[in-house]
Design a protein around this ligand. Structure first.
Ligand code: ATP
Ligand code: MG
Length: 236
């Protein structure tokens, strides 16, 4: 793994072309240090998901630069050869909808990305259980996804996003279906992960319960970001 933290400069994304083109990102700057958890807030259609997808190499930006650790990964074009490997090994995604694999139990859902990255099955399951415990769902470790509540599924999906300890975690509305206590537990574990493994974490959210925990917040409006000092002291 080459260095940590992420940086973006002048990032643009245009969908489509000609008369129907949409400029979803119009020059976004952002810097997230290793160990930092930042909030990304903005109205519907402002470009939040587009930004996360660019950062996670799910879609290709139109212009600008992106740095992952010390490595420039995008500079008016991809600078890494294997985009799939980048996505799989260096980015942790936590989506709004959990997308668990229905025929694997909870432990194996969480352990799978670790197994795919080459960790021995027993060790991958051990890591999975540790995260399930931290997220307060270890008692459901042998259950199948369909047997879980929506909030439990979401916490399992979060554990899965963390299992490979990626240097970057991108979370799109991770706490939306959770009650206050569990939403804060998720943010606490993201902060712990960030501190322990020098992870850079970006959390897209509308969730009033967690907004006060961020030390730094980026606001996005019409494809442009503005930085704000948050009210939060984090969790240390
Ligand atoms: N695949 C696409 N093709 C064309 N336009 C798109 C596409 N995806 C998003 N857009 C447009 O880009 C803009 C930003 O969309 P994006 O999904 O990033 O917003 P968002 O901030 O995540 O909104 P929400 O809070 O509703 O999820 C919107 O105007 C949207 O309509
Ligand atoms: Mg979105």
């Amino acid at each position: 793994m080459t260095g940590k933290g992420i940086g973006i400069q002048g990032l643009k994304k245009r969908y489509g072309r000609g008369d129907t083109a949409v400029d979803a990102l119009k020059g976004v700057d952002m810097d997230v240090a290793p160990g930092e958890v930042v909030g990304l807030i903005g109205p519907s259609g402002s470009g939040k998901s587009t930004l996360l997808k660019c950062l996670g190499a799910v879609i290709e930006p139109t212009a600008g630069t992106m740095r992952l650790g010390a490595e420039i990964i995008y500079d008016d074009g991809w600078k890494v050869k294997d985009i799939r490997a980048l996505r799989r090994d260096r980015i942790g995604f936590v989506f709004q909808a959990p997308y668990l694999i229905p025929f694997l139990d909870v432990t194996d859902n969480v352990a799978l990305p670790s197994m795919l990255a080459g960790t021995a099955n027993a060790e991958a399951r051990r890591r999975a259980l540790e995260l399930l415990e931290a997220l307060d769902v270890a008692h459901r470790a042998r259950a199948m996804p369909s047997q879980l509540s929506g909030g439990e599924q979401q916490r399992v999906a979060i554990a899965r996003g963390l299992v490979n300890r990626p240097p970057v975690i991108l979370a799109d509305e991770p706490t939306a279906p959770l009650d206050s206590e569990r939403a804060l537990a998720v943010i606490r574990i993201l902060n712990e992960m960030a501190g322990k493994f020098e992870t850079a974490v970006i959390v897209v959210t509308h969730d009033e319960k967690i907004i006060p925990t961020f030390k730094r917040i980026y606001h996005i409006r019409d494809g442009v970001t503005y930085e704000e000092q948050g009210q939060g002291r984090g969790f240390e």
